[in-house]
Write a protein that binds this ligand. Structure first.
Ligand code: GLY
Length: 297
């Protein structure tokens, strides 16, 4: 069986991220060449993407609405059912590597301060993921919140303006912009894996958790394939997108058709992208430009 590696940098990420997607796919291939299984390859690719400050994961993650807080989600899953995730983890360089360690525990998901303490206990160093680019994105998001209507971003802004009315505000400071990186892999032994990582949405209250660490929402892997999604987490989680696409693969739907059906579940206003690999092939689909890469051999 051939191997398949698919990577993405986020459905609304700059196309310049495609270069990192290609490097991430090379890292995944390196992990397979070193004898690693599909899971190790998906993790290696996602860690590489987290290190690109242009992408909303790891270094360069979105700031929450207060302009200071960064809370990150990440998850990994293998086709034998192993799953590990972190939610709202702070001040680590590679949340996906911490999620991979959660997979070795009896738990599925560690959240918040507990997740960060778990990372420290395992030797993950303190790391400030904030970048000037992320601060600029935050400034634009806040401006959109203040100004009201316009493009896609301001549709989100209008929605979150209502959500973040004073009565919901849970930051210490006074109030004043969603993407994910990820990978799916099939190795030559037919094992599948998916991994994803995100800084979440800028339009977020403290403690907000998106689709990525929720099993079957942002990622899913099983004997029939692997799926990784990117886009607005609340919309993805409501539809259990990754599991829905996986179930179509299990029913014999071709990966390309399953990927298109997955994207078609969402109204055009919601930015959505998916990576899908099955036994019979692979597909990348999105309703916006999405930097991505593919290696098959
Ligand atoms: N899809 C990333 C998030 O909404 O958190």
């Amino acid at each position: 069986m051939k191997y398949v590696i698919l990577t993405h940098g986020g459905v609304t990420a700059p196309q310049s991220g495609a270069e990192s997607c290609a490097r991430a796919a090379d890292d995944a291939l390196g992990a397979l060449d070193a004898g690693g299984e599909a899971l190790a390859a998906a993790i290696a690719a996602t860690a590489r993407l987290e290190d690109d400050p242009r992408l909303n994961a790891g270094t360069g993650s979105n700031l929450r609405l207060d302009g200071r807080t960064i809370e990150m989600d990440a998850a990994v899953m293998a086709s034998d059912g192993r799953f590990g995730a972190v939610a709202c983890i702070e001040r680590v360089k590679n949340p996906v590597l911490v999620a991979a360690k959660v997979l070795e525990t009896p738990h599925l998901l560690l959240a918040g301060a507990g997740a960060t303490a778990f990372a420290r206990r395992l030797g993950f160093a303190d790391h400030d993921p904030a970048t000037d680019e992320a601060r600029e994105r935050h400034a634009r998001a806040v401006a959109a919140l203040r100004d009201g209507a316009g493009d896609d971003q301001t549709d989100d802004a209008a929605r979150f303006h209502a959500l973040t009315a004073k009565r919901f505000w849970n930051f210490d400071a006074e109030p004043i912009e969603c993407d994910t990186v990820g990978a799916v892999v099939r190795d030559v032994h037919g094992r599948f894996a998916a991994a994803a990582s995100t800084g979440g949405s800028s339009y977020s209250l403290r403690g907000r958790v998106g689709d990525v660490p929720l099993t079957g929402a942002g990622i899913y892997a099983g004997p029939h394939g692997a799926v990784a999604a990117t886009g607005v987490g609340e919309e993805i989680a409501r539809r259990l997108l990754a599991r829905a696409i996986y179930d179509w693969l299990a029913d014999g739907v071709a990966p390309a058709r399953a990927a298109q059906r997955g994207v078609a579940m969402f109204p055009e206003v919601v930015a959505i992208g998916v990576l899908v690999v099955g036994r019979s092939g692979q597909a990348i689909a999105s309703n916006r430009n999405m930097p991505s890469a593919q290696l098959v051999g």
